[in-house]
Design a protein around this ligand. Structure first.
Ligand SMILES: NC(=O)C1=CN([C@@H]2O[C@H](COP(=O)(O)OP(=O)(O)OC[C@H]3O[C@@H](n4cnc5c(N)ncnc54)[C@H](OP(=O)(O)O)[C@@H]3O)[C@@H](O)[C@H]2O)C=CC1
Ligand SMILES: O=C(O)C1=N[C@H](C(=O)O)C[C@H](O)C1
Length: 271
């Protein structure tokens, strides 16, 4: 059977490099193409040599059109603007996409939803299996303890991360708010300062830390008087995100147009 061929956008980024390494080590997925900004001095370099894994025989390309015959699914961990531009191009070329980019605003998310009516897309703020299991655990915790508890979401990432709170933290808030019948836009509190008064029990608080080289840590705190539950996920390597993205690529290839998430990829959607 012919191998699935993926293209990696943002090839020289932290996730781009990890994805190249993970694809090169994968038994049944081929690296078909790797993309970089057209102004990058890395255009033309070999993707395997970029990550120190020997020659991959894939030169970094500046445009998607020049590699259109070389891949089936584009894996994109870049920036909101870049993701939308690639999605437009993939739609025109009849390609599927796996998108891990976070920080899309409401308008950008709507644009992605519209594009997905004409192409298959997996879009998830966190591709790690453990984080997607955590989303299910949060539903249980919110259901059992959410109404009487103070709920706080804490996340820590490396100093280079641009968006805050992380996409995963926002999704954690959405899962908890939906379970409790609340609207996150109305109950979220992003940081506190000064004499704010006592905590409003209906709020969901967010705290963000940016420090050093932390790959990604998320905690949801359900705190009552006398006891508290903390549900924590710690990523220690970006390969967990890359492997999730490769799993999503394989799952996506047979799917019709639509916007899917990792819960569906992992078969959690009805549980
Ligand atoms: N869903 C998940 O599981 C995960 C999601 N992420 C998300 O993935 C995204 C990328 O993270 P990370 O790899 O750490 O970031 P990096 O900044 O290391 O990499 C981003 C890459 O995308 C490129 N890029 C950005 N904007 C453009 C553009 N307009 N045109 C072309 N290329 C562009 C960058 O190029 P240049 O350097 O030239 O700007 C860079 O190569 C973030 O949104 C992050 O939150 C990260 C990890 C896991
Ligand atoms: O930027 C990162 O690094 C990460 N971003 C994602 C997010 O915003 O949730 C996922 C992961 O935690 C790493």
């Amino acid at each position: 059977m012919k191998n699935l061929r993926v293209a990696i956008a943002g090839a020289s980024g932290r996730m781009g490099r990890t994805l190249i390494e993970s694809v090169m080590a994968h038994k049944s997925i081929e690296l078909g193409a790797a993309l970089e900004r057209s102004c990058s001095t890395l255009v033309g370099c070999d993707a395997g040599q970029l990550v120190g894994r020997g020659t991959a025989n894939v030169a970094l390309a500046a445009t998607i059109e020049e590699v259109a015959d070389d891949f089936d699914v584009l894996i994109d961990f870049t920036s909101p603007e870049s993701t939308l531009a690639y999605a437009q191009q993939c739609k025109a070329l009849g390609k599927s996409m796996v998108i891990g980019t976070t920080g899309l605003n409401a308008e950008q998310q709507l644009q992605l939803q519209q594009l997905a009516t004409e192409m298959p897309i997996v879009f998830a703020p966190n591709m790690a299996v453990g984080v997607n299991l955590m989303f299910r655990l949060l539903k249980i915790a919110a259901d059992v303890m959410g109404e009487q508890c103070d709920i706080e979401i804490q996340e820590t990432h490396h100093r280079f991360k641009k968006d805050a709170p992380s996409g995963t933290a926002v999704k954690m808030g959405e899962v908890i708010a939906a379970t409790l019948g609340r609207d996150l836009n109305e109950c979220a509190v992003y940081g506190r300062e000064g004499i704010e008064g006592e905590r409003d029990p209906n709020t969901i608080g967010f705290a963000t830390t940016r420090a050093g080289d932390v790959v990604g840590e998320h905690t949801a705190l359900f705190a009552d008087i006398g006891e508290r539950i903390e549900i924590t996920h710690k990523a220690t390597s970006r390969s967990t995100f890359a492997n999730g993205a490769l799993r999503a690529s394989q799952w996506l290839i047979e799917k019709p147009a639509g916007l899917y998430d990792m819960q569906q990829v992992l078969g959690f959607e009805n549980s």
